[in-house]
Design a protein around this ligand. Structure first.
Ligand code: FAD
Ligand code: NDP
Length: 504
């Protein structure tokens, strides 16, 4: 971030308790509050976690650190280690014949890390003189919130400006047994017992990631898919991610939705029955399992904020706050950032950057807006999928189907050759024909997250196909495949996986 001049010095007596109140102490809220305090503003943060239906709750820091990115990535890594143990045997390591995994030990380590993060956030707020209130805030008027703590004590606070950064919480379907017997991503990372045979409902990021690491950790996993995998993503890549997961032994039930969950036997884990219906044929099926995990989307936490009363516009369909390009709501002193805003990406780095830039504009001498275009992301499935820019489908729709060509190839990581791992990775550049600009980058490969981060810079800088071709590869890596993609989709040429990043 560029240095920003402090213009928040207040000389007259304050009209309000604070210059800024931030509602929600997650990725966006913490970033905004700390930056505002750095710029001299008097700031308070309100953060409160309502327990899940089975009583799970957590500390300061929001979704990412407690029940999102952080525990998910650690469990993903834990699951990948099983593959590495298998691969090690091919590399001459003598390891035990039957490895076992102890769920409780992983949960403990993950939760210890989260606990230290929660503590670190509190310390950093204190160091920056941001006042933290562990209380649930609701608007009274456009300058006042009412806050209720866990003991039910209420107090009102006033502020010149507000940032709403309350994030989202998982949905439950309206079917018998859903809230009584099923869990969501809010529960899985601290589950006090091994989940056992698990049915994951949903087919987006969270579902595929959770299903992926649970299988890797040794559990029997079925993923119930209503329609397509990874809606909104490049569908060719999404299917490749699914194919790899199938190879790993995950079962996909396509075209099914759950209709009822019942408990056959209590326990840790319990024995459950999930009933499901085929959306096309009406066929009914029953599956016995130990855990049902819903990952069927999330709803913005705006319902109890009293926004209607104070005139903040919310999209009634999504419950998300409608904001301007400067993240200003329909009420001039109330802003919103992160997952809670309409039509933007639900990602931690997006929430953080938007929060910092907003604080710079409110209390510093800055006019820089958040750029929501060309944001890279990665789905941390057993074979990761990283992307930046448009999917092939979106690019054809936006730029005209005849103005897009796709350069792509299959490749086999060198490391897979020795361990005789079947399957292939996939690289794709979506290219605009009129100016040769790359408008979509997609990779399905190990460590796709690490690969995608750097290439995203190229897309931000407007890289053309010839820039990728002129780039020297790092040999032998997977990433070098992007420096030698010469098969176009329009050529119809069959793809054959070659070794070592598609090169040698
Ligand atoms: P949050 O982090 O959700 O914070 C909102 C906070 O506000 C919460 O603590 C909430 O309890 C609190 N709150 C709500 N209402 C009130 C109120 N009225 N008063 C006081 N406090 C309130 N993103 C990535 O970039 N990479 C990933 O790998 C990734 N993995 C994910 C995995 C999972 C399982 C999930 C669920 C999400 C993942 N995300 C990932 C998304 C990421 O976690 C979110 O985009 C990010 O946390 C959004 O930040 P936020 O500040 O908008 O909201
Ligand atoms: P999404 O809203 O993206 O997906 C919901 C999924 O559930 C879809 O597959 C949908 O199917 C299905 N679904 C919805 N309702 C039902 C129902 N009643 N019965 C059966 N299936 C249903 O939600 P997610 O929770 O996966 O992700 C939320 C956001 O969190 C993402 O957009 C992402 O930005 C962020 N995130 C980021 C991650 C990362 O960066 N790695 C990881 C995880 C989350 P259909 O397609 O048919 O509608």
């Amino acid at each position: 971030m560029p240095p920003v001049e402090n213009t928040a010095v207040v000389e007259e007596p304050r009209k309000y308790d604070y210059d800024l109140i931030v509602v929600g102490g997650g990725s966006g809220g913490l970033a905004a509050s700390k930056r505002a305090a750095d710029l001299g503003a008097k700031v308070a943060v309100f953060d409160f976690v309502k327990p899940t239906p089975i009583g799970t709750t957590w500390g300061l820091g929001g979704t990412c650190v407690n029940v999102g990115c952080v525990p998910k990535k650690l469990m993903h890594h834990g699951a990948l280690l099983k593959q590495h143990i298998n691969d090690a045997k091919s590399y001459g390591w003598k390891v035990g014949e039957k490895e076992t995994h102890v769920w409780g030990e992983l949960v403990e380590k993950v939760q210890n890390h989260i606990g230290s993060q929660n503590f670190g956030f509190r310390v950093s707020l204190r160091e920056k003189s941001v006042q933290y209130h562990n209380a649930y805030a609701t608007f009274v008027d456009q300058h006042t919130v009412n806050a209720v703590d866990k003991r039910g004590r209420e107090k009102t606070y006033t502020s010149e400006n507000f940032i709403i950064a309350v994030g989202m919480r998982p949905n439950y379907p309206d079917i018998p047994g859903a809230k009584e017997y099923a869990i969501t991503s809010d529960d899985i990372f601290s589950l006090g017992y091994a989940p056992g045979k698990t049915v994951v409902v949903g087919a987006s990021y969270i579902s595929l990631e959770c299903g992926g690491f649970l299988k890797g950790l040794g559990f029997d996993v079925t993923i119930m898919v209503r329609s397509i995998l990874l809606r909104g993503f490049d569908q060719e890549c999404a299917e490749r991610v699914g194919d790899y997961m199938k190879e790993e032994g995950i079962e996909f039930m396509r075209g099914f939705v759950p209709t009822k969950i019942t408990q056959i036997e209590p326990g840790t884990p319990p024995k459950l029955k999930i009933e499901a219906k085929n959306t096309k044929t009406g066929e009914m099926v029953e599956i016995e399992c130990n855990t049902v995990l819903f990952a069927i989307g999330r709803t913005a936490c705006t319902e109890s904020l009293n926004l209607e009363k104070i005139g903040v516009q919310v999209n009634p369909k999504t419950a998300k706050i409608v904001v301007s390009e400067a993240e200003q709501s329909s009420v001039e002193n109330i802003y919103a950032i992160g997952d809670v805003i309409e039509g933007k990406l639900e990602l931690t780095p997006v929430a953080i950057q938007a929060g910092q830039l907003l604080a710079n504009r409110l209390f510093g001498n800055s006019a820089t807006l958040m750029d929501y275009v060309n944001v890279p992301t990665t789905v941390f499935t057993p074979l990761e999928y990283g992307c930046c820019g448009y999917s092939e489908e979106e690019a054809r729709e936006k730029f005209g189907k005849d103005n897009i060509d796709v350069f792509h190839n299959l490749f086999q990581p060198l490391e897979w050759v020795v361990s005789e791992k079947p399957g292939a990775c996939y690289a794709k550049l979506v290219c605009k024909i009129d100016d040769n600009r790359i408008v979509g980058y997609h990779v399905v490969a190990p460590n796709a997250g690490e690969m995608t981060q750097g290439f995203a810079l190229a897309l931000r800088l407007g890289a053309k196909k010839e820039d990728f071709d002129a780039l020297n590869g790092i040999h032998p890596t997977n990433a070098e495949v992007f420096t030698m993609l010469d098969i176009t989709k329009s050529s119809g040429k069959e793809l054959v996986a070659s070794g070592c990043g598609g090169g040698a």
